[in-house]
Design a protein around this ligand. Structure first.
Ligand code: ADP
Length: 764
């Protein structure tokens, strides 16, 4: 498993182990030759220092020479044709090189890198001819078996058997990695005898990041002799780039001495690994071990690589298949669940109604639903205060809509206290700003993990005091008891949580739609009502005028004919028609209010109120009224004509409904008052409205009448008492304030006085 840099420009230590440039070791394995060619002449500009062993030619004899000198023009022509094609389909090129002693056959593997052509030559048998049918035979039956496997586990078991059949390795294992990079052997096929590695775990540090990257690029790696002597390249740097040659895609690239040490410690003499990639990530590795040296031809390696690719493709389908039943169950829960939400006023209430569904949706034992400051707890959960703190922490942590961990105490230490109920957390943010979350909890499940040797990062202190990494020496079973962990969340459970969010949002949107529709309906019926009131009152006035006129004629012309009682009744009739006309006028006025547009403008309330008071004083000059305005009034945005009417109605009431000899009226605004003492002043956007008041020392209003006085035509007194009135003034004032986006309310002490409050928007 271990894969580290070979030629170390600087020693591998704890600070640089993850940055080791293992793709540019400047070395190859000795079982083949590497030639770096400059196109188009195909001049050899760099090569491995082992040409003499194979070709009886020293590197210096070949360096800067055309490849033609080595291969002859016929083979060069063949090579040039191949260069025009996709390398995957031409490799290996069957090449022959004439030496002084004999004709040698090679598999030539070509690829381009760093602006040069790299030709790697591996000796092969002369008569061995690659053809499609032999390859097809190699892979036909293994692929069919793999496709028949019903699950990822079955597939893994098939592939290790098939790779072992194909290659004859002593041991073939499949490591599966978790998202953190730690691996476990989930399938193994081996010789009888050596102890099994099946079920063993390996820490993420066994494969540094750059090695894992290389595994995803170059899907097969063969080390025929673990105890090989690496061969250096001459010159060391690629002459075109003047940098070490990039060997990421080379088949002969030398591997890290630490990896070699790791294999040796494991008792491995030859190894091969095939990468399994899913969604561009290294999903797993098929690792093949042999107790003696072992070489495999390019064809067999390609067949293994092909099987690895088939498995990579099959993985997604098999994994989807695996959870099918469970996913169907989740879907069912979800649909029952979603169906129950729309009947509820808010989503928390809707979700909480179906407790068991909510828990089952994520196979959790506890759920917390949070909305603003409200928290609903279901099942086994941490205490409320702990959840609130956890939500605060989540706010900073949760990037996407969902956050999950099966080891909460590791990333959030306060969770140590409640690990028994919540070692696992799946959090769904419905709205972060509103603190709307659904949190699912899973209890701690204490597990025993079998490691292939102590998984702690092996560090040795060198004589000079520096720290060095060295691979594990022992692969003895090493058992660890894992605490503070829950069962892992399955992707389909996380998906179900996410889908719940869409469902909840869908419902919220539907509710908003419904509200909008009701609003439109309401507006329509309001304006119809206004229109009706207008027409009705308008049409009523005509016959009323007739009654009034005829009553007046009767009084004038028949006063002598009628007795005193008759005259008095006629007088009442006239008075009542007069009152009815006043009522109709009020109704007309009220209905008009809803029909005219507001003419909003910046308005200086000091002038406006002064005018109102001046007008009122004309009619109340005989009464001793002390009108006080303790501080200048602010500038507001309003329709001044309508707001004058509000002040006029409230001030005249303050004077009217006052039986004190020393009548006092105070007109002012609450400079510092804001919500929450006056929640009415909270505007929807959050900006406070200004609060105005008109306070009197009058008769006051009984608590039970505080609401009814705002009903149209509602008076608490007989028609003529306290100067009379139609009972529409407050209704009109309220309607005006509400049309301005404000509120009007009253506080009163019976017998002592009343204060009427209303809000208006500040004039910017
Ligand atoms: P109106 O003054 O024409 O009767 P309003 O709508 O202005 O009609 O008032 C409705 C009722 O509320 C009044 O009849 C009165 O009983 C009561 N009211 C209004 N303002 C005051 C006040 N400042 N003090 C005591 N009672 C009041």
């Amino acid at each position: 498993m271990n894969q580290r840099s070979a030629v170390n420009p600087s020693p591998v230590d704890l600070t640089n182990c993850d940055r080791e440039p293992i793709h540019i070791p400047g070395l190859i394995q000795p079982h083949g030759l590497l030639l770096v060619l400059k196109e188009p002449q195909l001049e050899i500009i760099q090569l491995s220092n082992n040409t003499f062993q194979f070709l009886k030619l020293h590197p210096q004899q070949l360096l800067n020479r055309p490849l033609k000198d080595l291969l002859g023009s016929e083979q060069i022509e063949y090579l040039e044709k191949c260069l025009l094609k996709d390398f995957e389909s031409v490799n290996p090129l069957k090449l022959t090189i004439e030496t002084t002693e004999q004709n040698l056959a090679f598999d030539g593997i070509i690829h381009r890198s760093d602006g040069v052509l790299i030709l790697e030559l591996e000796p092969t048998q002369l008569e061995q001819e690659a053809n499609f049918f032999s390859f097809y035979h190699l892979v036909k039956s293994p692929t069919a078996k793999m496709q028949n496997a019903s699950s990822v586990q079955a597939l893994s078991e098939v592939i290790v058997q098939q790779v072992r059949n194909l290659t004859g390795f002593d041991r073939v294992m499949l490591y599966r990695f978790n998202p953190e990079g730690a691996g476990a052997v989930i399938a193994e096929d081996k010789l009888e005898g050596p102890s099994p590695y099946l079920g063993l775990h390996y820490p993420a540090s066994d494969i540094p990041k750059q090695a894992s990257q290389l595994y995803t690029l170059n899907r097969l790696r063969l080390i025929p002799h673990v105890s090989y002597q690496p061969v250096e390249l001459i010159p060391l740097n690629n002459p075109v780039t003047d940098r070490p040659l990039d060997l990421s895609f080379s088949v002969l690239r030398s591997v890290s001495p630490i990896h070699i040490e790791y294999l040796t410690n494991m008792g491995v003499a030859a190894s091969m690994s095939i990468s399994l990639v899913k969604d561009k990530q290294l999903w797993g590795l098929i690792a093949c071990h042999h107790q003696s040296a072992k070489y495999l031809s390019y064809e067999v390696r390609t067949a293994c690589e092909f099987l690895g690719q088939v498995m990579s493709l099959e993985l997604a389908a098999k994994q989807d298949n695996e959870d099918l039943d469970y996913r169907m169950k989740l879907k069912l829960i979800q649909s029952q669940f979603v169906a129950s939400i729309p009947q509820s006023e808010d989503f928390i209430e809707g979700l909480a109604k179906s407790e068991s569904n909510l828990l089952n949706l994520a196979s959790a034992q506890g759920v917390a639903l949070s909305s603003g400051d409200d928290l609903v707890l279901i099942g086994k959960t941490p205490p409320e205060a702990e959840i609130k703190a956890l939500i605060e922490w989540l706010g900073t942590k949760i990037q996407q809509d969902v956050f999950s961990t099966d080891a909460l105490p590791k990333i959030y230490p306060p969770a140590e206290k409640f690990k028994a109920v919540a070692s696992g957390l799946l959090a769904l943010a419905i709205s972060k700003t509103q603190h709307n979350y659904v949190l699912w909890f899973r209890p701690e499940v204490i597990q025993t993990v079998n490691w292939g040797g102590n998984p702690e990062k092996p560090v040795e202190i060198a004589p000079d005091g520096s720290l060095h990494l060295s691979p594990r020496k022992s692969f003895e079973l090493w058992q660890e008891t894992v605490r503070c962990k829950s069962l892992a969340w399955k992707p389909c459970e996380i998906e179900a949580a996410l889908e719940l969010k869409s469902a909840v949002i869908g419902i919220v949107l539907r509710k908003a739609d419904e509200l909008a529709r009701i609003n439109i309906e309401l507006e329509r019926s309001n304006s119809e009502l206004d229109a009706f009131a207008y027409i009705a009152s308008h049409d009523l006035k005509e016959p009323l005028r007739g009654i009034h006129n005829y009553s007046s004629f009767l009084i004038e012309d028949y006063a002598e004919v009628l007795n005193e009682e008759g005259n008095s009744k006629l007088q009442t009739l006239v008075r009542l028609t007069q009152r009815m006309e006043d009522l109709i006028d009020s109704l007309l006025h009220f209905s008009r209010l809803g029909r005219v547009e507001l003419t909003m403008q910046r308005t200086n309330l000091n002038e406006l109120v002064q005018n109102v008071v001046d007008v009122l004083q004309i009619s109340w000059k005989e009464a001793a009224v002390d009108i006080r305005i303790p501080q200048p009034l602010p500038i507001v945005r309003c329709d001044p004509v309508q707001v004058s009417e509000v002040f006029s109605n409230l001030i005249s009431n303050a004077i009217k409904y006052n039986d004190k000899t020393d009548k006092q009226v105070e007109i002012g605004w609450l400079v510092d008052a804001a919500p929450p003492e006056h929640p009415q002043a909270e505007e929807e956007a959050g900006e406070p409205l200004l609060i105005f008041y008109i306070r009197d020392n009058g008769i006051g209003i009984r608590e039970k009448h505080l609401d009814t006085i705002f009903r149209i035509f509602k008076r608490l007194h007989t028609a003529n008492k306290y100067g009379g009135g139609t009972g529409a003034g407050l209704t009109i004032a309220k309607k005006i304030v509400e049309r301005h986006g404000g509120k009007l309310w009253v506080e009163s002490t019976y017998g002592t006085g009343s204060t009427f409050y209303f809000t208006l928007r500040r004039g910017e």
